[in-house]
Write a protein that binds this ligand. Structure first.
Ligand code: PDD
Length: 284
C-alpha cells in the first residue's frame, strides 16, 4: 500500500485520495501551498510556514480551513503514519469545489485541504556537496510572487529550459536584475558580503531565507538586501540558493561561466552547516 495522504479531514491510502474536478485549485490555480522539511521525523521552521500560509490565504481572501494547532497535529500525524524520517510535507489549500465561475463562490464553501509526504535525503544530497549549474531566463510570472500560489507553470517551464540544456536550475531575471530561482531564493557573495534581493511582491518571502539571514547576522556576516544584476552574479565570488527542500545549496556555474573556482565556496558551505545544525535543534 502507498502513502497515507490527508484529504479534507481524513487520512486515506494514496490510491484512494481524490478531489473534485470542480476544485478551483484544478480549474483556476485558486489555491496556496507550503512545503515543510522533515529532519529526524520533526518539522523544520513550522511556525514560519504557518505564518506565510495564513498570509497567502489572507491575500486571496480564502478563510483558513483550520487553526495552526490542527495543522501541526495533522502534519505530525502524517509524518508518523508514513514513518517519515527525512523528506518533505506538501500542504495545499484551495478555495474548494464550485461550479466554474470567475467570481468566487460563497466564503463558507468548504476549502480543500490536501497534504502528503515525500521521503528522500535532504542533508546528504549531491547538489549540497557539488553545487548547481544554472542558467538565467526571463521571469515570466505574475505580479504577486509573494503569495505562494499553486500556479507553478512558469517556474516549471523555466526549470525545463534548464534541463533541456543539461543544467540543474534557472534564475529568473526581470529588468536586468535577478528575482529568484524557480523554486528558491537567490544569493551572491562579493568579497565578504552576502547579497540577496530585498522582500517585495516580486519574490516569495522564503522561510529558509529568513532563518539563514538571521543565522548569518548572528555569525556577524555582512549582509545586503538589494537587487543584483546577472553581471554581478557572474563576477561574484560565490552564489547559492535557499529553500525548504534545498536548505542552502551552492551555485557553481551561471550561463556556462564558472563562479569563483567553480566549486562550492566557504560562505555557502558554512551557512549550510549552520542552517542544518539549527534546523535539527529547533525542529518540532
Ligand atoms: N519552493 N522562491 C520560490 C519561487 C519558491 O517556490 C520557494 C520554495 C522559495 C523558498 O521558500 P522557502 O524557503 O520557504 O521554501 C523561494 C518550494 C520548496 C517548492 O515549491 O517546492
Amino acid at each position: 500500500m502507498g502513502r497515507a495522504v490527508f484529504v479534507n479531514g481524513d487520512f486515506v491510502p494514496e490510491e484512494e485520495a481524490r478531489v473534485s474536478v470542480f476544485d478551483r485549485g484544478f480549474l483556476f490555480a485558486d489555491g496556496v501551498y507550503e512545503v515543510v522539511s522533515v529532519l529526524e521525523g520533526r518539522l523544520v521552521d513550522f511556525p514560519g510556514h504557518m505564518a506565510r500560509l495564513r498570509r497567502s490565504l489572507g491575500e486571496l481572501g480564502i478563510a483558513p480551513p483550520m487553526e495552526e494547532p490542527e495543522f501541526l497535529a495533522m502534519h505530525r500525524e502524517l509524518v508518523a503514519r508514513n514513518a517519515l524520517e527525512e523528506g518533505l510535507v506538501y500542504l495545499q489549500v484551495t478555495r474548494g469545489a464550485a461550479d466554474r465561475d470567475f467570481i468566487f463562490p460563497p466564503a463558507e464553501t468548504p476549502r480543500t485541504v490536501v497534504a502528503f509526504t515525500q521521503a528522500g535525503p535532504l542533508v546528504d544530497k549531491p547538489a549540497g556537496r557539488e553545487g548547481l549549474r544554472i542558467i538565467t531566463v526571463p521571469d515570466i510570472r505574475w505580479g504577486r510572487r509573494d503569495i505562494k500560489t499553486v500556479q507553478l507553470l512558469a517556474p516549471s517551464l523555466c526549470k525545463m529550459a534548464a534541463k533541456r540544456v543539461g543544467k540543474d536550475d534557472a534564475w529568473m531575471v526581470e529588468d536586468g536584475v535577478v528575482t529568484e530561482g524557480t523554486s528558491n531564493n537567490a544569493y551572491i557573495v562579493a568579497g565578504d558580503t552576502i547579497i540577496t534581493r530585498d522582500l517585495s511582491n516580486s519574490i516569495l518571502h522564503g522561510i529558509t531565507r529568513a532563518a539563514v539571514l538571521r543565522l548569518a547576522r548572528e555569525a556577524q556576516m555582512r549582509l545586503e538586501e538589494r537587487p543584483f544584476t546577472v553581471e554581478e552574479a557572474k563576477a561574484a565570488d560565490e552564489a547559492f540558493v535557499t529553500s525548504a527542500s534545498s536548505f542552502v545549496t551552492p551555485v557553481v556555474e551561471i550561463d556556462g561561466l564558472l563562479i569563483g573556482e567553480g566549486v562550492p565556496g566557504p560562505v555557502a558551505a558554512r551557512l549550510r552547516e549552520i542552517y542544518v545544525a539549527d534546523a535539527r535543534k529547533s525542529a518540532i
